[in-house]
Design a protein around this ligand. Structure first.
Ligand code: IFM
Length: 447
């Protein structure tokens, strides 16, 4: 056993998002979001479940912050629901919606927990989707206006903010495979949406910096360490292209003002509708990079794949979580080190990391989720190793604070440190929450 220790001041957090926990889907003049529309359309989500009530966090905010305090969190990552603030995605702010986030931020600060809001975790106002959603370049301007309003309204109490959550995931699943809202399918939809999101990222960055220069800004990027399925040159090249596509596609336009070289026949600039000057507009000199990572991805060459010539493949060796994702603790370390090497050692926050297991309370009410504890131990040990090797990681956020609505899977996948009974909405700390509390008190653990 060795001691895994963290630098003093390291932030220990947990993450959630608005649609997944808040409920109150049409209260206090909140507008409809694309996820409201998608989940209310039969056949889109397992068992036709939806986030109408979710964890009812909108009404249980004070109790939930008390639970965060009990665990000892020093950072809480949540997202702001755009249609709660601007019901149609533009214009006058909805005071009642804003009040909710005002109360949340105040309550967090009183509990000595750093608020880390995300401006967009997938709940686009439906009114903007009706104009073409992220495929419509004008939506980038609307998003920048919303970002500036948030900075002005809440920025006096914020030190940090993430702009997007997982731009690759919400464009690929929402516009390419169609398994997430708004459910569009096709490379052209994806290409246009992806480019608007990159424009919006740059525009929102500048709009927020102009309103409140002090707030540190980043995006929480979905990342997965890509490893070749075999040692052949073609698999190694495929893994590299796949890495550039899934990990760097939204990051490099911001940091370097160019898209990475991921596609076999070059960037599909026409399908993306890139205009002169756009790449400069995509620039955003982030103060930190957020990494959301759950697993590694094994990649094999796939000559039939027209764009990348690469696909996930190969034999997985680690155990699988309820999502079917391989537990591979070194993936987080390796990803952090790759970002550290490739982009000149930026400040990094692990903005999400976690696992789905279905454990529920035993007859004494205890939730023994040993597999979750084992998962976090392995991945967090990797973060400590990365810091020893020079990575500038300053925070770790477990996904998720509590069991919640897992998008197309509904409530069947439980990622929480806190168990939620979706009938009674009762919350209960799992063993993993108690283990995490001890880790936070000691700022480390035995491994
Ligand atoms: O629940 C999601 C979250 O909304 C974004 N990152 C991955 C999590 C688990 O799938």
């Amino acid at each position: 056993m060795a001691q895994v220790a963290f630098p003093s001041g390291f932030l220990w957090g947990a993450a959630t998002s608005s649609y997944q926990i808040e409920g109150a889907w049409k209260e206090d003049q909140k507008g409809e979001s694309i996820w409201d529309r998608f989940t209310h359309t039969p056949g889109k989500v397992d068992r036709d479940e939806n986030g109408d009530v979710a964890c009812d966090h909108y009404h249980q905010l004070f109790e939930d912050v008390a639970l965060m305090k009990e665990i000892g969190l020093t950072s809480y990552r949540f997202s702001i629901s755009w249609p709660r603030i601007q019901p149609t995605g533009k214009g006058k702010l909805n005071r009642a919606g804003l009040d909710f986030y005002d109360r949340l931020i105040d309550e967090l600060l009183m509990a000595d927990i750093r608020p880390l809001p995300t401006l967009y975790h997938w709940d686009l106002p439906q009114a903007l989707e009706d104009t073409g959603g992220w495929e419509n370049r004008d939506v980038a301007g609307c998003f920048a206006d919303y970002a500036a309003e948030i900075a002005k309204a809440l920025g006096d109490r914020l030190s940090v903010c993430t702009i997007f959550n997982e731009p690759w995931i919400f464009t690929a699943l929402g516009y390419l495979s169609g398994t997430h809202a708004p459910g569009k399918q096709g490379f052209g939809h994806f290409a246009r949406a992806a480019h608007t999101v990159c424009l919006a990222q740059g525009d929102a960055f500048r709009a927020m910096k102009a309103a409140k220069p002090r707030i540190e800004l980043g995006t929480a990027f979905s990342m997965s360490h890509c490893e070749p399925a075999s040692d052949t040159g073609s698999d190694r090249e495929a893994a590299e292209r796949y890495h550039r596509f899934i990990n760097a596609f939204f990051l490099e336009p911001a940091l370097l003002g160019r898209y990475p070289d991921a596609f076999l026949s070059g960037l599909p600039a026409q399908e993306m509708e890139i205009k002169p000057g756009d790449l400069l507009r995509c620039r955003a000199d982030f103060d930190f990079i957020g990494i959301n990572l759950y697993t590694r991805t094994l990649v094999a060459a796939a000559p039939d794949n027209p764009h990348l010539g690469a696909e996930p493949g190969g034999r997985r060796e680690g155990p699988l979580t309820d999502m079917g994702w391989e537990v591979w603790p070194s993936a987080l370390h390796d990803m952090i080190m790759r970002i550290t090497r490739d982009y000149n050692a930026p400040v990094i926050e692990v903005t999400e990391n976690g696992c789905a297991y279905a454990d529920g309370p035993d007859k004494f009410g205890r939730v023994k989720d040993d597999q979750r504890i084992e998962y976090h131990r392995g991945y967090i040990a990797g973060v400590a190793r990365a810091i020893e090797q020079g990575a500038r990681v300053r925070a770790y956020h477990a996904w998720s604070l509590m069991d919640n609505f897992e998008w197309a899977h509904g409530y069947s996948k439980r990622f929480g440190l806190i168990h939620v009974d979706f009938e009674t909405l009762e919350r209960r700390l799992k063993d993993s929450a108690r283990w995490y509390a001890q880790l936070i008190r000691r700022n480390g653990f035995e491994y």
